[in-house]
Write a protein that binds this ligand. Structure first.
Ligand SMILES: [Zn+2]
Length: 467
């Protein structure tokens, strides 16, 4: 691969993205003009049309919507009342797929809600409302996920679960909870077996103070609807000239939570992918392999778009899948690529960082909670490019999964710098004959999942081995 050729492509990419406001404008339209884009809702469908229009306008090829059935959810009323040791109303929201409910029960506080906490309190959970911290990760940490805590509560007979946001600001935390049949497209099976609610940091702190005066009791009264719907992946390509069947897939998820604009999670990552596609469309006829930009639908409710695409194209030759969940946040310069326990790829991206030259962090660890995962279980080389929010001191998802995940948090330069890095990496993944990535066998993936400590859960969920 001639360095001059790559250098010319870099100049095109940098010039195109660095001098344009397109990414920022597109994200603003998705956040302000369209709105929340909850999976399966009319606003998500409107966003799909908008993204496809943008791709066509930018000259991407084979632009299409890839439809798949799924169950959506609509919130109704939600009230949470503390009935002991004192009476008071707590501001709460139902989490997506929360069933309707009306009952009162005692609270058992599992604190951080890691597995030792659940084990220690195991015989006290049945019939109670589990109260737990939402995600407690400080930057760089990876502690248990909301869905793990939900499953541990259900397994021990809890009647409901209430999550406390870990960041102050009176922000009630959201995040979907799994159904009796995890990814069922039928509303009745997709509804969660027990209610899940989110409350603010401040309300949680008060609840813990009051608990010292006597065992708290809560009354949950909520009305919600889980219903049959559909969602779409939005796809556009720059078709390769020499090996069009070898595909570099890149993209974020355009769906978001119904309480928020979903600017950082993951409007920004979606737009980073579309912006990289806009720049790469100018290289049409010059790339050896196909770059496919995808905007995944329905990530927040179970990675549904990614599961669908991975299954639908299971015989495709994906050279690399670059998930962009979390890309484009912050003010630029904090990008990181996390490959899924594939050390040869970690080495490769470190080498690319030196060659570009552009410093970005490379990590090698596997998690199951975003759109790279359905490809990871098939052994496809994959990773996630993201960047951190510039707001200091935030825990867990920061503004994500709250009403405050809004467009004002986004810096146009953060979008540009992620899009530039994404496009430059995509060019190398397309052109480089010395690229070391290759598919892992079922046995190797099994070992990766085991190393990551998630093998049993993935087998139980029917995610591995993939059908
Ligand atoms: Zn996300």
């Amino acid at each position: 691969m001639s360095n001059d050729r790559l250098r010319d492509m870099d100049k095109h990419i940098l010039g195109e993205i660095w001098t344009s406001q397109a990414a920022y404008d597109n994200l603003q339209y998705m956040c302000d003009d369209i709105g929340h884009r909850f999976a399966g809702s009319p606003l998500e469908h409107q966003a799909a049309e908008f993204l496809a229009d943008r791709m066509r306008a930018y000259g991407l090829e084979n632009v299409r919507l890839e439809e798949f059935p799924m169950a959506s959810w609509e919130r109704g009323e939600c009230s949470l009342q503390l009935t002991a040791p004192v009476q008071q109303e707590i501001s709460a929201i139902a989490l997506p797929y929360c069933p309707s409910a009306d009952f009162e029960a005692e609270v058992v506080d599992v604190g951080e809600g890691e597995i030792p906490d659940f084990e220690r309190l195991s015989d006290r959970i049945s019939g109670k409302i589990v109260f737990t911290d939402a995600e407690t990760n400080k930057p760089g940490e990876r502690k248990s996920h909301r869905i793990d805590k939900f499953n541990w509560a259900v397994e021990r007979g809890a009647r409901a679960i209430v999550y406390m946001n870990q960041n102050p600001g009176l922000l009630r935390i959201t995040g979907s909870i799994p159904g009796t049949v995890a990814r069922s497209s039928k509303g009745e099976d997709r509804e969660a077996p027990i209610p899940g609610l989110g409350i603010s940091f401040e309300a949680g702190k008060a609840l813990r103070r009051l608990a010292k005066k006597g065992t708290p009791k809560l009354r949950i009264n909520t009305t919600n609807r889980t219903y049959d719907s559909k969602s779409y992946n939005v796809i556009g390509e720059i078709v390769g000239t020499e090996k069009p069947d070898e595909v570099i897939l890149l993209g974020g998820h355009y769906d978001g939570h119904d309480v928020a604009q979903g600017a950082g999670d993951d409007g920004a990552g979606t737009i980073v992918g579309v912006e990289a596609g806009r720049a790469l469309a100018g290289l049409k006829g010059k790339l050896k392999r196909t770059v496919r930009v995808i905007c995944f639908g329905a990530e927040e409710v179970g990675l549904l778009g990614a599961w669908h695409h991975a299954a639908e194209h299971k015989d495709s030759n994906f050279r690399y899948v670059m998930n962009l969940d979390g890309a484009g946040r912050g003010s630029g310069g904090s990008e990181q690529m996390t490959v899924s326990l594939m050390p040869e790829l970690a080495d490769y991206f470190e080498k690319l960082g030196r060659e570009l030259p552009y410093t970005f962090i490379v990590k090698d660890e596997l998690n199951s909670h975003s759109d790279h995962f359905p490809f990871a279980v098939r052994g496809i080389p994959n990773g996630t490019l993201n960047s951190s929010d510039s707001t200091a001191g935030m825990i867990g998802r920061g503004w994500g999964h709250t009403e405050a995940d809004t467009f004002d948090k986004i810096d146009p330069r953060g979008l540009q710098m992620s899009a530039i890095l994404c496009a430059r990496l995509a060019v190398r993944l397309s052109e480089d004959e010395a690229y070391p990535g290759q598919n892992y066998s079922v046995a190797q993936v099994e070992e990766q999942l085991s190393t990551a400590g998630i093998l049993d859960r993935q087998k139980q969920a029917g995610n591995f081995p993939p059908a």
